[in-house]
Design a protein around this ligand. Structure first.
Ligand code: PLP
Length: 279
């Protein structure tokens, strides 16, 4: 039996915690086969991103074509796309190759504050990539930037209903499903915490696009080792979809995988360390 084939189009993280390196570990941990189209190299570690070297978008196209024309693909997962011209190349290639499932993690700014996509590229992301996206996985700041760029006024969510409404507004821009990751929203059992961090208890992830909206609740884990959790979650979902799960099952169980990865992380480096991908 051959493994399911996943093409990751994303940036490299030299320290192995996020980006393509994390994606490949996650995909391998799920027993799938990972291919890569590298959009950028980063010089980074657990403390920050020190430099970025972009791949010419014409070369990204060649990497995508080389993989798909020979090996084929079951699921594409995108991460850091680095530039508007690479987003255009990716959107065109997804259509030309009739890629059946595409998970888009709209990576914009790293947790350490590095700009991984220029804000000016968000309009191209919306116009070209979102219409060919199966599942978009923004965190709250990314969803806010996407909506702001369409001219919508977006404030901070005050309730769970506000988070669901925001996910639906993003979905109107084209993706079949949107998973809005609420990791940045300070929440207790059923309300936003006005005092912020100190009282946090839970994380809500909201999935819209199916017959019913689904709210996934997980315990808030206080850990410094969360570097690459966004990349890893999207790759875990991609692997689970490739292996035949429904979107709802894939999202639910991928969250458990990430939670266990944070719980068993190893305190590597001096800053925000990686999660454990093999557990
Ligand atoms: N570096 C690369 C290449 C990434 O793709 C990402 C996230 O997608 C990051 C860094 C940021 O990771 P984090 O915000 O988890 O530190």
């Amino acid at each position: 039996m051959t493994s399911k084939r996943i093409l990751v189009i994303a940036g490299s993280d030299s320290s192995g915690g996020a980006g393509l390196e994390a994606d490949q570990k996650v995909i391998a941990a799920h027993g799938c086969y990972a291919m890569t189209a590298t959009t950028a190299l980063t010089a980074q570690n657990t403390q920050g991103v020190y430099d970025i070297h972009q791949t010419p978008s014409s070369f990204v196209r060649k990497q995508i074509d080389a993989c798909i024309e020979d090996i084929g693909v079951d699921v594409v997962k995108t991460g850091m796309l680095a530039s508007a011209s690479t987003i255009e190349v990716v959107a065109e290639a997804l259509k030309r190759h009739n890629v059946p499932v595409c998970i888009v993690d709209p990576v914009m700014v790293s947790t350490s504050g590095a700009q991984l996509l220029p804000e000016t590229a968000v309009e191209i992301l919306i116009a070209q990539l979102l219409p060919v996206t199966t599942l978009l996985t923004p965190n709250l700041p990314e969803a806010q930037l996407i909506l702001k760029s369409t001219g919508k006024s977006v404030g901070e969510p005050q309730s769970v209903d506000d988070i669901v409404a925001m996910a639906k507004a993003v979905r109107e821009l084209g993706p079949k499903y949107v998973l809005l990751k609420g990791g940045h929203v300070p929440l207790t059992k059923d309300r936003v915490v006005p005092t912020g961090e100190a009282d946090r208890q839970i994380v809500l992830n909201v999935l819209v696009g199916g017959a019913e909206d689904v709210i996934f609740e997980t315990a808030y884990l206080k850990s410094k080792n969360t570097h690459g959790t966004g990349c890893s979650l999207a790759s875990a979902i991609a692997s689970r979809l490739a292996s035949g799960m429904t979107i709802e099952q894939a999202v639910k169980t991928a969250n458990y995988y990430i939670e266990a990865g944070i719980r068993t992380s190893q305190d590597l480096g001096k800053g925000s360390g990686p999660i454990n991908h093999f557990h």
